[in-house]
Design a protein around this ligand. Structure first.
Ligand SMILES: [Cu+2]
Length: 144
């Protein structure tokens, strides 16, 4: 039994290495296909949002500018809302990043976010308008 196993060992190793390479290649293809765009558009209960991240992909441990252009259902800038963004890394517990946005001009909100690690992050935006709160989500890629 032992000599037979030993003689086949190189083939098993080759199969194992090939399988690993295929898994890596598929993961790489999938992650590059899924890379979310720098600008995303969202409709929500009371309006529309255009969400931009610059630079993109976002830079790890650097300030990245998040911009939200909010309009109501009539297309008028949605003013005076209170916005915050939470970043959390997908599939990891390396820590959430929460920051507030400022209204730079009517309906135009900006804030600075710092991803902690390279990879895919989920960003959750909360919009407080009057006594109602809305949440929007997007993914973003962060690189070194
Ligand atoms: Cu992480």
């Amino acid at each position: 039994m032992m000599p037979l196993n030993k003689s086949y060992a190189p083939i098993y190793k080759l199969i194992a290495v090939t399988a690993l390479l295929i898994v890596f290649a598929l993961t790489w293809i999938q992650s590059s296909e899924e890379a979310p765009p720098p600008i995303t558009e969202h409709s929500f209960e009371i309006g529309h949002a255009i969400w931009t991240i610059r630079p993109y992909p976002a830079k790890v441990l650097k300030n990245n500018t998040f911009t939200l252009e909010l309009t109501d259902s009539a297309g008028t800038p949605l003013q005076g809302a209170s916005l915050a963004i939470k970043l959390d890394m997908i599939g990891m517990v390396c820590g959430d990043v929460v920051f507030k946005m400022k209204e730079a001009s009517p309906g135009h909100y900006t804030g600075e976010g710092i991803p902690l690690m390279a990879g895919m992050w989920k960003a959750t935006l909360t919009i407080e308008n009057g006594d109602k709160t809305y949440a929007l989500e997007r993914h973003l890629q962060a690189v070194r």
